[in-house]
Design a protein around this ligand. Sequence first.
Ligand code: SF4
Length: 287
Amino acid sequence: MPRTISPELRRALADRLRYYNELGIYDFYRRDLRVAEATASVDPMLQISELRDPMPKRTAAVQSVVVDSPPEVPSHREANTTDPVAALKIIREDLGDCTRCVLHKQGRKQIVFGVGNPRTELMFVGEAPGADEDIQGEPFVGRAGQLLNNMIKAMGLEREQVYIANIIKCRPPSNRTPEREECETCSPFLMRQIAAIKPKVIVALGAVAAKSLLAVNESMANLRGRWYDFRPAGARSNDPNWTSAKLAVTYHPAFLLRDPRQKKEAWKDLQMVMKELGLKAPAKDPQ
Ligand code: SF4
């Protein structure tokens, strides 16, 4: 029997669909109606308020959204191309002059999308742009960027051979740590970048990047020194042979500048990555 949708719920749904479209998500699949109706009988007000929440908590949203929910693996516009360069261009277009989180009005000069080789096997992901990155529009270009370049060189690679991005794409004021909501709003675009590039290995630089990518709250001591199977949440690669990357965690170069004694530990992490990628580089400590 057809169900009547109240104008309020209809408006909430339209807002939510617009939000997903802005993220580049267009295709939706219908959820089992019996499950939806069983949930609907529990607390309809809760469901409406969840729909109004621009970024609901993942666990709560999955449990309580009553109508067609977005698929776990949505189809984005770039799913129609096999060319990572074209795919990244589409993702950048979808990002636009982004105003999705408060950082757009807190002094950013420009969006820092990402840089490097879209066909690389190795991706580095940091936390957020700093002052130099904000000015130049490129991630890791200041002193920390110089150290990252040295780390990449020590692995036997050039900066142009890898891809570098951040969890969030606008500089937080005074370089403060990004808020969880900012990370959750911005990271779907990073997920799409990862799915488009299909790297074999991702290196998370620092605790914020690692915790955000892995959705865990662990210390660096626990996060480092092991591999994680990483699947970009909510983004799908157009290559059926690529479903995940291996992810390793190391220190952020800015932290290594403050505490150079940890460079040896970072070098151990990079050697683990080199082994995985079959890189035989001049085994020198990055300076
Ligand atoms: S940080 Fe990301 S979500 Fe926030 S305004 Fe910048 S690009 Fe948009």
